[in-house]
Design a protein around this ligand. Sequence first.
Ligand code: SAH
Ligand code: SF4
Ligand code: F3S
Length: 490
Amino acid sequence: MSANNEGFIHIDDLDQHAADTHRPTIAERQRVDYREIAKEVGRLGEGKSYFIRTHGCQMNEHDTEIMSGMLEEMGYKAAREMLDADFILYNTCAVRENAEDKVWGNLGSLKPLKARNPNLIIGLCGCMAQEEVVRDRIRTTHPHVDLVFGTHNIHVLPGLVEEAHHSKETIFEVWDAAHEGTIENLPRVRKDDVRAWVNIQYGCNKFCTYCIVPFTRGEERSRLPQDVIEEIQQLAADGYKEITLLGQNVNDYGIDLQDVDFADLLEMAAQVEGIERIRFTTSNPWNFTDKLIDTIARHKKIPNYIHLPVQSGSSQVLRRMKRGYTREEYLDLVNRIKTRIPDVALTTDIIVGFPGETEEQFQETVTLIEEVRYEGAYTFVYSPRAGTPATRLPDDVSEADKKQRLYRLNDVQDKISLEQNQKLIGQVLEVLVEGESKTNADVLQARTESNKLVHIVGSKELIGQLIHVKVTEAKTWYLRGEILPQGVGV
Ligand code: SAH
Ligand code: SF4
Ligand code: F3S
C-alpha cells in the first residue's frame, strides 16, 4: 500500500490505489492448511484455562471461535470468569473511538491480577493491534500485557502463547498483510449449536474515507468456493440449521478469483441439504447486481432480508465518504430490490456528523430513511480514526449538534421500526427457534426470516427447529408470538 510521509493515503490517490492493486488469479492463490502448521503444537494448556473478551463485529466473534479452537487443542479449558483464567485475551475493535476506550479501561484494571497470579498471560489481538499508536501505548503504559498479535496471524497463536510463557518482555507479532494467503482447516469452538458463521472473504478494498477496516484487515481475499462449501456441508452434517456468510463486502466475493461471484457462491450454498437458512453480512450497495437480487429472490433458503448500509442520505456527504454511489443510485437499487423481492426486509448503518455535514444534508438522511422504511438501523456519530483521509476534512459541526442529530435520527427510525413491526400483528411467520431468551429462561427466542426477534412460550425441544408462529404483540425491538399447532401455516 502506498502512503505519503504522514502514513496517509491521499484522498485523491484512492482510485489510483484501487486500480494498482494486484489481483491474484486462482492459480496464484496461496492457501495454507492449518493442520500442517499445527503439527508442532504442544499441550502447554493442560490444566489451564482461558478467557477471551470479544469486541467488534461478527468477524471478530468468529475469530474468537477459531482462537478458542486452537487453545482447546493445546489443552486449555474455557474459564467461566475472566478473573479465574490463566490466559486472558482481548480481541479488539478499532472502528470507533469508544470501542477502543473500553479496551484501555479494561486492560488497566487487569494489572493487579498479575500480582495475584504471576503465571497469568494477558494478550491483545484484533483490529486495535494493527495500529502502531496502540502498540506504542502498550509499550509505554501497559507493559503488563504479555502478547500482542494482529488480524493476519491468528493461526500462529499456539506458538505465540508458548513464547509468551518463556519471555519476560511483551511479544509483538503483528503482520502488515496476510503473507500466507487464506488458512484452511482451522479448529473452531462454535458458540451456538443452531447458527454458525462461515468466513467467505477477508479484508476490504473500499477505503471509505472514515473507515479504519481496510487498514486493520488488509486487502480483500476470497476463500476458494470449494473450501466454503465443504465447511457448510460439515456444518449441515453437524446439525446446524442456519449459516451466515461473513465478509466486509460479501458481494465483492470472487473479485480475486476467476469465474465465481457472490451470487454463484450463494447458489452453491443453497444446494447444501440440511441448512435451512443462508444469511450474509455485510453487502455493499456499490456493486449489488441484478444477478444477486435474482438469486436471493429465487431461493427460499436465502431469507428476504438484506442489510444494506447507506451511511448518509446526502450525495455530497456520500461523495466525501467515497462510498461510490449517490442518494439516487442507492434509492434506485432499493427499488430494484423491492420490485423483485416485494416482501424484502431492509436494515442499514448510518453515520451522522460526518465532517462538514450541514443540517440540510442531515435532513436528507432523515428523508431517506422515511422513504426506504428500514426495519431497523445501526446509527453512529462519526468518530475520527487516525490515518484515515476523513480526519483531514474540515469539520465545523459541534459535538453537541452531532449527538442531537443521532437522537433525532433514532427517534424517526424507532417510530418506523415500531410501525413496521405493528404491521405484522396477526400474521403467521416462519421462525427459527434459537434458544432460551437471554432475559427470561421461561421464554424461547426465535428469529423471523427478516431477522426480527420473536419471544414465544414453548418447549425447549423446539430449539433448532423452524416453526410457525402467529404474531400477537409488536414492540420497537422485538415481537411476541404464539406457536401454531404443527402443520398450520405451512
Ligand atoms: N463493511 C461494512 C461496515 C463495517 S463497519 C460496510 O461497508 O457496510 C460497521 C459500521 O460502522 C459501518 O457501516 C459504519 O456505519 C460504521 N463506522 C465505520 N467507521 C466509522 C467511523 N469512523 N465513525 C463512525 N462510524 C463508523
Ligand atoms: Fe469500511 Fe467501507 Fe470497507 Fe465497509 S466498505 S469496511 S465501511 S471501508
Ligand atoms: Fe471492528 Fe475490526 Fe470488525 S475494526 S468492526 S472488529 S473488522
